[in-house]
Ligand binder design. Structure first.
Ligand SMILES: O=C(O)[C@H](O)CO
Length: 379
């Protein structure tokens, strides 16, 4: 018997590697001879760098970067030296969670620190990059990042435009320096958490600006700034960034990666499955076990269980999901390729108790063992 295990982390409770181990233990209690192929999964969002570093024998590089408000913050990225691969979650340099509610201001916040992470990884030998977009506090179209990578965005007086989405409308000329050209040989694979375009009613500002602290007047300024930036990018550089799907991810960072760095914008979970080589093990598998901390309506929209279900479906392999909590919507997954969904909880508990990592590990193992026992019944 061959089983594929592909668990996401149980956020705030258990990393994916540990969730995978718990599932493996549950399987082995009942089928000790089973061949278990384990892939600690992620979707490009929080935890992706740590997960890939664990799964690919890499290391986490810690460094100080320019934070979203221009002051120094501690950040990190994953580095797989042998593969010359760096994994960067943009939120670790410009994320929402780095700021208090009162500090949120997308007119001012910058992605400069993301560019500093890329530079550092480049100097550490990285030529391939996996970039996780999402959870940002910025709406600067990635201009801050590009400035840190050697691009010059100047206003009509020849000064560098200031940080933040509020300054995009002052872009008057764009230049590439020698420094910026070194990234031509790099490969950027970009995991997008959304498919929105750069500007307009469905663009970065109007859809994600409010969660970053923008009121309705700010939204107009931010959206106009992104449009101006796209128009100038087309005029000065001959690059089209206004209509690419995912261009509006992380306040327009998607557009910057696509237009300026030739980045490939992809669905996060599919990108990670590809990097880990999940598909090559799927064809002759007997079944798959996947799961995440909370299985809800968003799960079917490109989260790890949905991605694993898509791949399992391609090879007609049955798939079972286990979750820390299940909303009513979780059961709709039965109509989206997941054969059965189980909660790991077995008694009434507070959230804190339910998220205790030891309890989570034990409950995953027990639930999977019981599912395996059910599979073993020969009716
Ligand atoms: O960072 C953001 O703007 C949202 O997560 C959408 O990408």
């Amino acid at each position: 018997m061959k089983v594929i295990v592909g668990m996401d982390s149980f956020k705030g409770s258990l990393p994916s590697v540990d969730a995978n181990h718990a599932v493996e233990n549950g399987i082995k209690q009942v089928f000790p001879g089973a061949v278990v192929k384990s892939f600690a999964m992620a979707d490009g969002g929080e935890g992706t760098a740590e997960t890939l570093v664990d799964g690919m024998n890499g290391s986490l590089v810690k460094m100080t970067v320019t934070g979203p408000l221009g002051t120094p913050i501690e950040s990190s990225y994953g580095l797989i030296k042998d593969e010359r691969l760096a994994i960067i979650e943009v939120a670790s340099a410009c994320g929402l969670t780095l700021l208090s509610k009162a500090q949120l201001n997308p007119l001012m916040t910058t992605t400069y620190g993301v560019g500093e992470l890329i530079n550092h990884a480049y100097n550490n030998g990285a030529r391939k990059f996996i970039i996780g977009l999402g959870g940002s506090s910025t709406n600067d179209g990635g201009v801050g990042m590009l400035q840190a990578m050697g691009y010059e965005f100047q206003d009509s007086d020849g000064n560098q435009v200031a940080f933040g989405g509020g300054s995009l409308s002052s872009i008057y000329s764009i230049n590439q320096t020698v420094e910026s050209r070194k990234f031509k040989d790099c490969e950027f694979r970009v995991a997008c958490d959304v498919s929105n375009i750069l500007y307009g009613q469905q663009g970065a500002s109007y859809i994600f600006g409010p969660q970053k602290g923008a009121d309705s007047d700010m939204l107009k300024v931010l959206d106009a700034g992104l449009k101006h930036y796209a128009d100038f990018t087309s005029k000065e550089m001959g690059i089209e960034i206004s209509s690419i799907e995912g261009g509006g991810a992380a306040g327009g960072l998607g557009a910057a990666f696509h237009g300026y760095l030739n980045g490939q914008l992809e669905s996060g979970v599919e990108l990670i499955m590809d990097v880990l080589g999940v598909e090559s093990e799927m064809e002759n598998a007997d079944f798959v076990i996947t799961g995440e901390g909370r299985i809800d309506a968003q799960t079917s929209m490109g989260k790890v269980p949905a991605g694993m279900a898509g791949l399992a479906g391609k090879y007609n392999v049955p798939i079972i999901a286990v979750g820390g909590s299940l909303t009513d919507d979780a059961y709709n997954l039965n109509h989206h390729g997941i054969n059965a969904v189980f909660s790991i909880q077995n008694e009434p508990l507070s959230i804190e108790e339910a998220m205790d990592s030891k309890r989570t590990r034990t409950n995953i193992e027990r639930t999977v063992e019981q599912v395996m026992r059910t599979l073993k019944i020969n009716l």
